[in-house]
Ligand binder design. Structure first.
Ligand code: ADP
Length: 453
């Protein structure tokens, strides 16, 4: 960057110096041509027609009077009559530019290069009247050529260029320091990962780009972090799931094993043998139920079958009829607040599970003689009961897998703590929201919100 600025400023200033020198030299040359012309005009005015004859003598004499300028005297046609410079004698000068002009308009001048490059010759020619006859008098003097002016300029030009290089070096050093300092500090700050700000409008785009880049990096990092956490959580949850299953299976298996051993030992009497067979049968059934529940729970995730319109009102009433005997056994009244024709997008078997789990829980965790209210409209489905209720600290946990408030009763009435977890999964897949409101000892209300307003 520094090198670039140095080269650019050097090129620009050097070009400016050279152009300026050439232009001013040319102007100076033009001025000196103009001055010389005036001098030669004054010279010719000094030509005294009485004193100088139109021949070589007259030319020599006048040249002497002018201090060495070349003098040529010609007749009106340009034929040379007298010449002060013996080396330049030529008979006819009528083709010379200044002579031609003088013949046609009375005076003329011209500048021609001499044999050497360093000098030009300036000619001024005018008509002069000597004794009634018209003659042409031409005066010429050497003039420094523009080339020689340029050549003389070269040493000082070189000095200026050296000064320019030094000046540019200093300027570049100072300028880059001041120009690059805010850029450097901006990039350094941005490299730290924070949001940067600048008071220079020229750098605001750079600041925006750096901020955008930092934000993207931050998002990516957060995404990676979240993904990592999700993977960790999934692993934890898998481990916990396996631990829970093992625990749930352990109890019936221990029981089955114990009774089987007792039976094989032949130590049991008839009554005890009956109890042993009964226990083995019921525990095996419990194991089968547990496995069925787990398979069902996992199946919901793998369910790729498409949803369709389900008449929830009809299914809710059918489910009420299914759980009615269980309610009757506990003297529990079910109140129907179901609106007709509530259609949702789901699958028959899933909705049946959802309705069944919520209604069975409301009966199972109710008090004898209590009520269960089933409310359904296009917005939501609510099952509320006047049962034992849920303690505030357990409210969030009831939807977790294998969670049962009273561990000692876990599984007694078939519950493994998977019912509400299944409900939550079904709702999530359908885009619904399930929640619970409860007061310990007074009852609970489970609401499935369909997300429609
Ligand atoms: P479970 O098979 O044990 O019923 P759930 O997942 O259906 O499993 O319920 C988890 C736990 O939440 C239950 O063990 C119970 O403690 C509590 N629970 C569920 N429904 C109700 C309710 N209506 N009233 C009080 N407690 C409830």
């Amino acid at each position: 960057m520094r090198k670039r600025i140095l080269i650019i400023t050097l090129l620009v200033t050097a070009a400016a110096i050279i152009i300026y020198s050439l232009v001013s030299t040319q102007l100076y040359y033009n001025l000196s041509v103009e001055d010389e012309r005036h001098t030669l005009e004054v010279y010719v005015n000094l030509f005294d027609t009485e004193k100088y004859s139109p021949d070589d003598d007259g030319a020599h004499a006048f040249a002497g009077r002018l201090g060495g300028a070349r003098v040529t005297i010609m007749d009106a046609e340009g034929n040379v009559l007298g010449e002060s410079d013996a080396d330049m004698i030529e008979s006819d000068h009528s083709d010379r530019e200044e002579v031609r002009e003088a013949i046609s308009s009375g005076e003329g001048y011209a500048v021609r290069s001499s044999e050497t490059l360093s000098q030009d010759m300036m000619y001024y020619c005018r008509t002069v009247d000597i004794g009634g006859t018209t003659y042409l008098v031409r005066v010429a003097e050497y003039l420094q050529s523009s080339w020689s002016m340029y050549a003389r300029l070269l040493p000082s030009l070189a000095i200026y260029l050296i000064i320019d290089i030094l000046g540019c070096l200093l300027f570049t050093f100072v300028a880059t320091y001041f120009i690059l300092r805010p850029v450097e500090s901006l990039t350094r700050e941005a490299a730290g990962g924070g949001m940067v700000q600048t008071r220079y409008p020229e750098l605001s785009t750079l600041a925006q780009i750096l901020n955008e880049r930092n934000r993207n990096i931050e998002w990516k990092m957060r995404e990676v972090d979240e993904e990592k956490k999700l993977v960790e959580r999934a692993q934890d949850s898998k481990n916990e799931f396996i631990a829970n299953i093992t625990h749930e299976m352990n109890t019936p298996l221990t029981s089955i094993k114990g009774y089987a051993e007792l039976l094989t030992s032949g130590m049991l009497n008839e009554e005890q043998t009956k109890v042993a067979y009964k226990t083995i049968a019921s525990q095996s059934e419990r194991l089968t139920n547990l496995i069925a529940c787990i398979i069902n729970y996992n199946e919901i995730d793998d369910d790729t079958l498409p949803p369709y319109d389900v008449d929830l009102s009809k299914l809710a009433r059918e489910m009420m009829a299914v759980v009615q005997p269980e309610a009757d056994k506990r003297n529990i009244t079910i109140i129907d607040k179901i609106e007709d024709n509530v259609i949702v997008q789901s699958r028959h078997e899933r909705v049946t599970q959802l309705l069944g789990n919520l209604m069975r829980n409301a009966i199972r965790y109710n008090k004898p003689g209590g009520t269960v209210t089933v409310e359904l409209n296009y917005k939501h489905f609510v099952v509320s009961d006047t049962g034992i209720g849920i303690a505030p600290e357990n409210m969030d946990k009831v939807f977790s897998r294998f969670f049962t408030v009273d561990k000692s009763h876990s599984g007694k009435n078939g519950g493994f703590g998977l019912g509400l977890a299944v409900c939550r999964k079904i709702c999530r897949r359908a885009g619904w929201r399930i929640s619970v409101q409860s007061e310990l000892g007074k009852g609970s209300a489970f609401t499935v919100d369909f997300g429609l307003r």
